[in-house]
Design a protein around this ligand. Sequence first.
Ligand code: GDP
Length: 290
Amino acid sequence: MVLDDLGTSLRSSLDKLQGKSRLSESDVEEIVKEIQRSLLSADVDVSLVMELSDSIKSRALEEEPPGGTTAKDHVLKIVYEEMVELVGDSTELPLENQTILLAGLQGSGKTTSAAKMAWWFSKKGLRPAVIQTDTFRPGAYDQAKQMCERAEVDFYGNPDNDDPVDIARTGLEATEDADVHIVDTAGRHALEDDLIAEIEEIEGVVDPDRSLLVLDAAIGQGAKDQARQFEKSIGIEGVVITKLDGTAKGGGALTAVNETDSSIAFLGTGETVQDIERFEPSGFISRLLG
Ligand code: GDP
């Protein structure tokens, strides 16, 4: 089965269906309740959970299981399909020349993700370059430079220049031999006007093929405001969820995906450049339900 990592209570509710060929309303209620419990504790937005619950309930009770299908397999298939609908497919990322702009608040993991993504593209046979425009956070330049050295990818930054827009422009020229340009930007502790003004200006100069919003897995419902603001100012095509190696399951990031009508591109699973995974629905679903 695609869902190999279900939480124990959900698994035991499903196990009660063993041998049954039909689902009763109370069977479905119990399963939906377990799913709700898992998703809410994984920080998935209540209204998204409610929508999902309604779809699962009505499909599980109305749809006729195909001949030979047990009640358990029938409901599992519906749960999986509806969960895929909720988390979405991964952001399309053609392996070709492109410019990617990273946005997000300070500490969300942008700089780390920039180097990780560059490493990922280099493993796919492309030549990536990271351009560090974060002049706001002390240490951002050194951190990006070191990580790019570890990832063995091109890097441009200028610690003596405090104009991020100028760094972006110069950086694109300086790394013109690269195929994939990943532009890291400065965050702030909160959504401040100067952050938005700065990233809009950088976006104007960089003209990215896609802008990705970087979110800490622990973001919870704070994702909504950020997603709205960045979507309005630069447009968001995908989300990167970081720190999934911790206890947070990243369900809050689904709010951002929903809010920006986008999808998830990458998952960050540690502090080193190799700790990156391309988003793939079934693993993420198992994590949310686990
Ligand atoms: P930025 O301010 O958005 O550029 O954030 P950074 O890239 O500097 O990341 C902030 C902190 O989170 C750093 O200490 C990173 O090492 C850490 N970090 C980033 N991504 C991950 C991740 O996927 N897992 C873990 N455990 N730590 C991460």
